[in-house]
Write a protein that binds this ligand. Structure first.
Ligand SMILES: *Cc1c(COP(=O)(O)O)cnc(C)c1O
Length: 401
């Protein structure tokens, strides 16, 4: 029994080499249909499961991987995520996680100033960061409705629904950014949600509108990390908001689930979303109960790279997106939706009837699709610092229908 909690070093080393080498030659052996009554050894379970996990997994770090907001992860996060699994600290209880709580606070204090915020905390994704922000908006500023563009992420609708807030949708322009003139004149009971990098087109809403409503929340899940780069001015205005959500498992290259919610007035916001309870030594802030030391892999990454190392990777992604847009602009067969601002490129064949044939001719995992005003477009998202602009444009040139 005890040995199940003491590592078999040989098997652990084998698990690590599987992790480093990727797909194995072994063919997956069927898994039991029902919960097995008796187990195998941990070493055997690793061998059995590995082909199922690794063999058909997408390679997010390949030269052509440019379809989704999911980045490859640096190996320092593989190691530090294992530290977390081994220690299993619970940030709900200072007694079980004294260091982990301080490390999260340190991480937040490193990042918050780039967004003009004073503090915040981690959540397992921006879906929950957005819900947390709108909860604070409702209880700090007494808002009764959420105002967001029609291209806002689904999580904004979910949050409004859960919190019992009305949702008012504002039209967008061709680029997918909110049309300023379509806003209601009275926003005194509204939480205005502005998106910094929409999921479909990477558009940035007019962030200068921050401060106009009773509460302004910026959903910077995708493009927020641009604030740490030389392209930081693409998100100017964001620093005037009351709250900002950023997914770390997108452009901060973290394993899922990792995100941050920042507040302008963190003490007030945290007070509004904290509940105490019998067995709790400190009030429970936000939506999560038990949660782990998500800050450790991100802190490790930022220590290893520094701001400059992080920025150069994101800037490379922006350059790949721009080369791709430029290529599309020069290929007579193709149409570009709009010049990319945050690393998302939308394009399609001018002959839209050939879109499916194009899709089948492009390498798997190179593009995704999105629907804009009822029409399908290809979508490239450059979240992968190993994405290679010439390899991607060559694959487009090579399409012969
Ligand atoms: C991805 C995304 C979200 C949701 O974030 P998760 O981390 O996937 O929960 C919200 N808003 C935008 C703009 C996004 O791109």
């Amino acid at each position: 029994m005890e040995s199940d909690f003491q590592p078999d070093l040989e098997a652990l080393t084998r698990a690590i080499s599987l992790m480093c080498e990727g797909p194995t030659a072994a063919r997956p052996q069927a898994l039991p249909k029902a919960l097995p009554e008796l187990g195998v050894t941990s070493a055997q379970a690793i061998e059995w499961l590995a082909p199922h996990v690794f063999n058909s997994a997408a390679d997010l770090g390949s030269a052509l991987a440019a379809a989704h907001m999911d980045p490859p992860t640096p190996w320092i996060t593989w190691a530090t995520t294992q530290w977390n699994a081994r220690l299993n600290q619970n940030l709900l209880h200072p007694a079980t996680a004294p260091a982990a709580r301080q490390l999260e606070q340190r991480l937040v204090s490193w990042l918050a100033p780039y967004f003009g915020m004073t503090g915040g905390h981690m959540t397992p994704g921006s879906t929950l960061a957005n819900l947390t922000a709108l909860w604070a908006a409702r209880d700090c500023a007494g808002v009764t409705e959420v105002v967001a563009s029609e291209m806002a992420h689904l999580s904004i609708s979910k949050a409004a629904h859960i919190l019992g807030l009305k949702l008012r949708k504002i039209p967008t322009n061709r680029m997918g950014a909110m049309v300023e003139g379509a806003l209601p004149s009275d926003l005194s009971r509204s939480a205005l949600v502005l998106t910094a990098g929409t999921t479909s087109t990477g558009a940035v809403d007019p962030l200068a509108l921050s401060g106009l409503a009773a509460w302004t929340h910026i959903d910077a899940a995708w493009a927020g990390p641009l604030r740490l780069t030389r392209m930081s001015d693409r998100l100017d205005g964001l620093e005037q908001a009351d709250s900002v959500a950023v997914s770390a498992h997108k452009w901060l290259f973290q394993p899922k689930e990792s995100a941050l919610i920042f507040f302008k007035d963190v003490d007030k916001a945290h007070a509004a979303i904290s509940l105490g309870g019998a067995y709790l030594a400190v009030p429970n802030i936000g939506i999560l109960g038990s949660h782990g030391a998500m800050a450790v892999p991100l802190l490790a990454t930022l220590m290893a790279w520094g701001r400059e190392g992080l920025a150069s990777k994101i800037e490379h992604c922006i350059h790949v997106a721009e080369s791709l847009a430029n290529h599309v602009n020069h290929d007579d067969r193709l149409e570009l939706l709009t010049w990319p601002v945050t690393g998302v490129v939308n394009w399609r064949p001018r002959d839209t009837h050939s879109l499916d044939a194009w899709h089948q001719s492009l390498p798997a995992g190179m593009v995704s699709t999105t629907t804009l005003r009822g029409e399908t477009w290809f979508r490239n998202v450059i979240a992968n610092p190993s994405a290679n602009a010439s390899a991607i444009t060559q694959a487009i040139t090579d399409v012969q229908l």
